[in-house]
Design a protein. Structure first.
Ligand SMILES: Nc1ncnc2c1ncn2[C@@H]1O[C@H](COP(=O)(O)OP(=O)(O)OP(=O)(O)O)[C@@H](O)[C@H]1O
Ligand SMILES: [Mg+2]
Length: 286
């Protein structure tokens, strides 16, 4: 059962009548657990069901169903205007769906959470344009992005500071910017700024990362490194990657979802969806 910490929700009928996960009473307890760690006991980090979004009567998302597994790297492809960015807007709380359910783990109802609460719960999003602080060094950008619990910080300053520095070093190595740590971010290449922004997301330790066209404008070498990076991140994080670059998608994807007119048109391995007549028709071409 998908449950939520919001008490009034428990007055509604159980969401999944076939589930054996418990009763409404359990929901309160699960909600409390959710504040400390995401409940993903069924292996699904994101559940979207029957999601619709209308803009002045135009359905940007139309009865969309999507499930992302814990640690999965999912690619979302589809023609311009298919609803890929709108999908990310719904997950991050930027756009409220007109209908449907959106769950993060088993207990967090994304349709009832603010953008800030969703980010704090562990969903990180990277937009296409990098938004690093150009005047600050690479290291300082990562430092700023770091999650700090100020009450704990006061009492454990010395120890935390060492741990936090280690985490920054680790992220610097992951995004291959260790040698540029003291460089002002404004002097980095476009691709390096993108890596820094991914690093800034990683400092927050998100469980689900949403990346919208991450390799647009990158050189071939930068694109290759991004593929390596995402393959390294999956498992520890779940990733949802929207991309038009099929070479890139082919190099990273386990599982691909094709969106068309706000609806899931096909899902499977890249080879499977590439062989699907409907996908060829609307997106890949003949
Ligand atoms: N705020 C909005 N108001 C009105 N229409 C919108 C709004 N946001 C998106 N749309 C429309 O919804 C549809 C889906 O847009 P979306 O940006 O999600 O597509 P996309 O799949 O990300 O496309 P692309 O590959 O070009 O980035 C488009 O027709 C777009 O014009
Ligand atoms: Mg888009």
């Amino acid at each position: 059962m998908r449950v939520t910490p919001v008490p009034e929700f428990m007055l509604e009928p159980a969401y999944d009548p076939n589930s054996d996960a418990g009763t409404g009473r359990d929901a309160l307890g699960l909600g409390q657990v959710a504040q400390q760690g995401l409940d993903v006991r069924h292996g699904t980090i994101l559940t979207l069901e029957d999601i619709s979004v209308s803009f002045d009567g135009f359905k940007a998302l139309n009865d969309l169903n999507l499930y992302i597994g814990v640690g999965e790297l999912r690619c979302i492809i589809g023609p311009n205007g298919a609803g890929k960015t709108t999908l990310m807007d719904v997950i991050t709380g930027k756009t409220r769906p007109n209908a449907g359910k959106a769950w993060f783990g088993e207990t967090l109802d994304l349709t009832r959470m603010s953008e800030v609460a969703i980010a704090q719960a562990g969903i990180g999003r990277k937009f296409q344009k990098p938004t690093v602080f150009e005047a600050l060094s690479v290291f300082e950008n990562l430092e700023l992005a770091q999650k700090t619990d100020k009450s704990v910080w006061a009492s454990l300053r010395a120890r935390l500071s060492g741990e936090q520095k280690d985490r920054i070093d680790e992220v610097l190595a992951t995004i291959k910017l260790d040698v540029s740590r003291h460089r002002p971010a404004g002097l980095l290449s476009h691709g390096q700024k993108q890596f820094l922004e991914i690093g800034m997301l990683l400092m927050q330790d998100p469980q689900l990362l949403l990346l919208d066209e991450p390799v647009a404008g990158m050189t071939d070498a930068e694109t290759e490194f991004t593929a390596e990076l995402f393959k390294h991140l999956k498992g520890q994080h779940s990733l949802m990657v929207v991309e038009h670059d099929m070479g890139f998608v082919g190099s990273i994807a386990d599982h691909v979802t094709v969106l068309h007119q706000g609806h899931v048109l096909a899902e499977g391995s890249l080879a499977e969806v590439q062989a699907d007549e409907r996908v060829i028709e609307v997106y890949l071409g003949r």
